[in-house]
Design a protein around this ligand. Structure first.
Ligand code: SF4
Length: 366
C-alpha cells in the first residue's frame, strides 16, 4: 500500500472511504462462489469485529482455519501443566489466555482453586524474573503459540541459562503453522480457493515457507495485515489471482512482513528449538510441526525435569472444535454452541480463547 501516513496509520487503515472503494472493486469480480480461509486468530477477530463477512458479496465466503494457538493446543498440555505444578514448591506461570482453557478434568483456574500456585505473566521473561527472585521455588512456564511467540520463549531460556537459573523450566507447546496448512489444504473435506496468510507469523518466518501453497497446491495466498483496509485489500489481491488463474504468495502486509522474515528472531528460535512431531487439536499428530527443546537445553524442559507423562485425551463428546479448526464446520453447527458451551462455561478451547472462532461467533453474533 502506497502513501500511508504513519502518524495516523490506524485511521487510514479503517478509513470508510477506502473500505467502500475496496468493496466496490471486490463486487466487480462477479458471482462465482469463492471460499477464502483466514488462518490467524487475530484475522478471525478483526473480520468479526468489523463485520467484514457481512460487507462482502454473498458469493464470497470466509472460513476460519487453525490459527488460534490456544485452540489447537491439546487438552493434554493443560493436564501436564497441572500435574507438573501440583507441588507446594512450584509456581506455574502462563499467558492469561490459557487460564480458563479446559483440560481433560479441569482448567488451570480450577486447579488454582484447588491449590496450585498459578501466576499470569505477560512475557516469558517475566517468568524468568520470577525465578531469579524466588530461587527457593521452581518456576514453570507453560508456553504456547506459533512462530510469533517462540523467539521470546527461546530468549527466556537463553536468559535463564545466562543467569544460571536452575529453578526455571518450560512446558513447550509451540507449533509451526506451514505443515498444518499442508494437511488442511489437502484434506478432502476442506475446499479453499485462496488463503489469507497470517501477518504476525510472517513477520518472523517471512513468505518463503508459504510458497508450497501456490507452487504445489495451486492455491493463491496473500500475507495480510489486520485492519479492515488490510483485510479487504488482501481479499482483493486473492480475487485478482483467482480471476487471472495464477497462484503465488503475495505480501499485502508490507509494513510488517518480508520474504526472508526476521533473521535475529529466527536465529534465537533455531538456537533453542528443533522441529519435531506435534499433536494438534482437530488434526492429530502432524510431523515436523512442533518446536521441541534441543538436547543442550533440555534441563529447561519441565516434563523431563519432573518426569511428567500424561496421555493424550479426546475432545469432549459432541464438541466440534476439531471440525471448526479445519474450517469443515461453522460454530453454529455445533449442538453445544451457546447452550452447553458459552464463554462463561466453555466446553472447548475455541470458545474461551480471545482468538477462538466460537468465541468470535458468540461475541459478534455469528
Ligand atoms: S461451541 Fe464449544 S463445544 Fe462446540 S465446537 Fe465450539 S468450543 Fe467446541
Amino acid at each position: 500500500m502506497k502513501n500511508l501516513n504513519v502518524e495516523n496509520l490506524n485511521e487510514e487503515l479503517r478509513d470508510p472511504a477506502k473500505v467502500q472503494a475496496l468493496l466496490s472493486a471486490i463486487r466487480k469480480f462477479g458471482s462465482r462462489s469463492i471460499s477464502l480461509m483466514e488462518v490467524c486468530g487475530t484475522h478471525t477477530m478483526s473480520i468479526f469485529r468489523y463485520g467484514i463477512r457481512e460487507m462482502l458479496p454473498q458469493n464470497i465466503k470466509l472460513l476460519s482455519g487453525p490459527g488460534c494457538p490456544v485452540c489447537v493446543t491439546p487438552y493434554r498440555a493443560i493436564d501436564e501443566a497441572i500435574a507438573a505444578a501440583k507441588h507446594p514448591n512450584r509456581i506455574l506461570t502462563t499467558f492469561g489466555d490459557m487460564v480458563r482453557v479446559p483440560g481433560s478434568r479441569m482448567s488451570l483456574a480450577q486447579a488454582k482453586a484447588e491449590g496450585i500456585d498459578l501466576r499470569v505473566v505477560y512475557s516469558p521473561l517475566d517468568a524468568v524474573g520470577l525465578a531469579a527472585e524466588n530461587q527457593d521455588r521452581e518456576i514453570i512456564f507453560l508456553a504456547i503459540g506459533f512462530e510469533t511467540t517462540a523467539p521470546t520463549i527461546a530468549a527466556a531460556v537463553l536468559t535463564a541459562e545466562e543467569l544460571n537459573l536452575k529453578n526455571f523450566s518450560i512446558i513447550g507447546n509451540n507449533k509451526t503453522l506451514p505443515g498444518a496448512l499442508r494437511v488442511l489444504l489437502t484434506s478432502p473435506d476442506v475446499k479453499v480457493d485462496g488463503l489469507i496468510c497470517p501477518g504476525h507469523i510472517s513477520t518472523i518466518i517471512g513468505s518463503e515457507p508459504f510458497r508450497f501453497i501456490p507452487e504445489e497446491l495451486g492455491i493463491p495466498a496473500v500475507i495480510t495485515g489486520f485492519e479492515p483496509v488490510d483485510i479487504l485489500q488482501g481479499i482483493y489481491m486473492l480475487l485478482t489471482q483467482i480471476q487471472k488463474e495464477t497462484a503465488q504468495v503475495q505480501i499485502q502486509y508490507r509494513r510488517g512482513a518480508s520474504s526472508g522474515g526476521n533473521p535475529h528472531a529466527l536465529k534465537l528460535l533455531n538456537q533453542v528449538f528443533q522441529s519435531g512431531d506435534d499433536n494438534w487439536r482437530g488434526f492429530g499428530v502432524i510431523p515436523g510441526t512442533g518446536l521441541k527443546i534441543k538436547k543442550e537445553y533440555e534441563h529447561f524442559d519441565t516434563l523431563k525435569k519432573f518426569n511428567v507423562t500424561i496421555p493424550d485425551v479426546d475432545d469432549p463428546i459432541g464438541c466440534r472444535c476439531g471440525d471448526v479448526l479445519r474450517g469443515a464446520a461453522a460454530p453454529l453447527e455445533c449442538p453445544m454452541f451457546g447452550k452447553a458451551c458459552t464463554p462463561e462455561k466453555p466446553v472447548g478451547a475455541c470458545m474461551v480463547s480471545t482468538e477462538g472462532t466460537c468465541a468470535a461467533y458468540y461475541k459478534y453474533g455469528g
